[in-house]
Write a protein that binds this ligand. Structure first.
Ligand code: HEM
Length: 493
């Protein structure tokens, strides 16, 4: 009897494991699904070999000769799409506008499943609309934002002029956090401010631990019960708690000083909505996650793009020279360039576009989840399939770009030297889930980059260690760490 029971258990386990390897009918081609790990080993191996998950997906597209690849991560059937027309289809169609709600999204949202990035349906629509409306009302996308950013650029230029050596990542990271802090909490903070430094440390620690532990924890969430420390789960929870406390204390200060109709920053505007609206999604938990989403979505993306742009100036001295010539031709005095006047220095804008194409900081976007059974090319995609979008594949597609692996800002200029943006270039994506703060990010990147380049010539502090230009992989790709030298060319006004 015991033997029979053991036999039946064994057969059931084998059948269960076998079932995990079976792909749905007419699913897109892709590597083998292993019983427990799915396609993870293949993707990880390719990512190591070719320099990042985006390149692994591109390689798989080549091997299977398909713009849509069928994969499995943990228990989740996943497809990764590349190719201009397929990307557009996914970004624009309603079936693809939701996010998967799983262990990872729960961990990211401190167990609340609130915020904007990882919410769906009416909750997502209301909160996204609220945030965009308040960005506009607070003057973001308009002159008020422009002046606030220029003020921050003045601060960073002064700091760079002190001749102390710092990794560029720290200088830029602090500045971008400072801008986001002003947006959310209204305060202008000095770089040495304890809260700002604390937030920077937490963001850096978080991105490191998520990179190390995030994938494995998402694949096998149960390992947190067996090995909470070794799996990184305990550390993630500690960092989450510290971040929660930081934002809770700011929200408390705002609650204590709030008065009806007060809307001078995102937190006050939210508290006003909370008091006045009958919509049940306006809660304190939602406010906390909204703050977190602004920092998770905006900090590393913006600062890494700027970091790459400055790195390219060191890597390509000829391009740095042309940037200086373009700025000097338009600005004879020491006024810092404003975003609204970007047409005066088209070469600078073209360099930024090329940085966003060549080093797209979010080479894979999403995740999305299919809301209905659907089709991609001739393949069937069942409802509930996770969808990843390979933006890198489009940004480096030789059918769309001449010499895509060459850094060449001129590709964004027409014969008259004006900036021209091809339809297939969308670093903030398109459609209902596109970045909700692209105006802020664009203005920030342009004003910082043009201001720094107007004032300084950049070189490497330690010339014995030349830059390779090879990005470090991650959810958001980043430049290799380097310490720059800033040589003065023009004083700020
Ligand atoms: C260079 C800077 C940035 C880049 C390249 C970037 C890129 C993107 C992309 C591609 C998406 C869409 C993801 C998808 O289609 O699934 C996105 C969404 C998002 N971004 Fe940005 N972003 C940047 C800056 C910012 C900033 C400054 C903020 C906040 C102030 C922000 C907040 C968000 C949020 C909350 C979402 C989620 C939108 C939703 O799910 O409805 N981003 N971003």
């Amino acid at each position: 009897m015991i033997l029979l029971t053991l036999f039946l258990i064994g057969v059931s386990v084998l059948l269960y494991l076998y079932e995990k390897t079976v792909k749905p009918k007419n699913f897109p081609p892709g590597p083998k699904w292993h019983p427990i790990t799915g396609s993870t080993p293949t993707v990880k191996e390719f990512a190591k070999q070719f320099g990042g998950t985006h390149k692994a997906f591109l390689k798989l597209s080549e091997i299977y000769d398909s713009n849509v690849i069928g994969l499995k991560f943990g228990n989740e059937a996943t497809v990764c799409v590349s190719g201009e027309s397929l990307l557009k289809e996914v970004l624009m169609q309603d079936e693809y506008q939701a996010r998967p709600i799983n262990f990872f999204s729960n961990l990211r949202s401190f167990g609340t499943n609130k915020g904007i990035t990882f919410t769906n349906g009416e909750h997502w629509k209301t909160q996204r609309r609220f945030f965009i409306r308040h960005l506009r009302e607070l003057g973001f996308g308009k002159q008020k934002m422009d002046f606030m950013i220029t003020d921050e650029v003045n601060k960073i230029i002064n700091f760079m002029g002190q001749n102390d050596l710092h990794e560029i990542k720290t200088i830029i990271g602090t500045s971008v956090l400072s801008i986001l802090w002003t947006l959310v909490a209204g305060e202008r903070l000095e770089y040495s401010n304890e809260r700002l430094q604390n937030l920077l440390t937490l963001m850096n620690r978080r991105s490191k631990v998520f990179e190390m532990a995030g994938t494995w924890l998402n694949l096998f969430p149960w390992i947190r019960f067996i090995a909470p420390k070794a799996s990184g789960y305990e550390l993630i929870m500690n960092i989450n708690n510290e971040m929660k406390e930081l934002f809770k204390s700011v929200i408390k200060e705002h609650s204590d000083t709030w008065y009806p109709d007060r809307k001078d920053d995102v937190i006050y505007a939210f508290l006003t909505e909370m008091h006045q609206s009958s919509d049940e999604t306006f809660t304190e938990d939602q406010l906390l996650m909204l703050c977190v989403d602004v920092f998770f979505g905006g900090a590393t993306t913006t600062s890494n793009t700027l970091d790459f742009a400055l790195m390219c100036m060191i890597l390509y001295p000829d391009i740095q020279k042309k940037v200086h010539e373009s700025i000097d031709a338009a600005y004879t005095n020491c006024t810092l360039p404003h975003y609204k006047d970007r047409h005066l220095i088209p070469y600078v804008e073209a360099v930024i576009c090329e940085v966003q194409r060549y080093y797209n900081v979010s080479p894979i976007t999403g995740p999305r989840i299919t809301l209905a059974n659907t089709k991609l090319e001739s393949y069937d995609i069942p409802k509930g399939t996770t969808v990843l979008i390979n933006n890198y594949a489009v940004d480096h597609d030789p059918k769309l770009w001449e010499n895509p692996d060459v850094f060449q800002p001129e590709r964004f200029l027409d014969q008259n030297g004006n900036v021209t943006i091809p339809q297939h270039f969308n670093p903030f994506n398109i459609g209902k889930r596109k970045c909700l703060a692209d105006a802020l990010a664009r203005s920030c990147i342009f004003t910082f980059f043009a201001g720094i380049m107007k004032t300084y010539t950049l070189s490497l502090a330690d010339k014995s260690k030349p830059l390779t230009g090879i990005p470090l992989p991650g959810i958001t790709i980043s430049p290799e760490p380097y310490i720059p030298c800033f040589t003065h060319r023009c004083s700020k006004n």
